[in-house]
Write a protein of this length. Structure first.
Length: 204
């Protein structure tokens, strides 16, 4: 009984607000805030790492198969335009997220729970799409991720051909980007440990 009381007291004092026990999905006592070097490394990896290059290549292939946008031809030149378009949007998104997250002290790295029920872990992964950790380890709405993703979707409309430059197209692009990130988070949550680093997870 005494041991149980001590454990409860320790848990209550370990969160960002002493005396309050935050939900495990909100607070992680092992969390260490990002340094500016780590933030810069994550930004650069998000630009030239194997995962962004692969996802942009796949996205360009899907758009080529579907003939989107219709103004761009098929063949190598059309694929090149679609890949460059996707990469430019990704570059803009990552740069906006990097700038906003630096200013707001938001950490958008995905840190798997790796324990708990399947439903809880899926919920955590989906929430991580729109939440970021602050310096105290708590999670709040990720202004940098949502703002950067929306900004890139709307600004990239400036160079799209007519069939892909409407406000509806921008909103669709924003939704697809957020949905893709949510899917990646769920996949990363259940990947074997040895594959998590390759997929961009961070278990520090």
């Amino acid at each position: 009984m005494i041991a149980g009381t001590a454990t409860s007291s320790s848990a209550q004092s370990s969160g960002p607000n002493p005396g309050v026990v935050p939900p495990v999905s909100i607070y992680r006592p092992d969390f260490v805030p990002m340094t500016q070097r780590e933030r810069l490394n994550a930004y650069l990896k998000g630009l030239v790492g194997p995962l962004p290059l692969l996802t942009n290549a796949m996205g360009a292939g899907i758009n080529q198969w579907c003939g989107r946008p219709e103004e761009w031809e098929q063949g190598g030149s059309g694929y090149g335009k679609r890949f460059a378009n996707g990469y430019a949007r990704s570059l803009m998104r990552q740069t906006m997220i990097y700038g906003l997250s630096s200013a707001l002290h938001e950490d958008n790295r995905y840190k798997p729970m790796v324990e708990g029920g399947i439903g809880f872990r899926i919920k955590y992964a989906l929430e991580s799409t729109v939440l970021a950790r602050r310096d105290d380890g708590s999670r709040r709405l990720s202004v940098s991720r949502i703002g950067g993703t929306a900004g890139a979707a709307f600004v990239s409309g400036l160079w799209q051909p007519p069939s892909g430059s409407s406000m509806n197209d921008a909103w669709a692009g924003f939704g697809i980007s957020m949905g893709t990130q949510a899917t990646f988070n769920v996949v990363r949550e259940f990947l074997p440990r040895r594959l998590r680093k390759v997929a961009g997870s961070d278990e520090k």
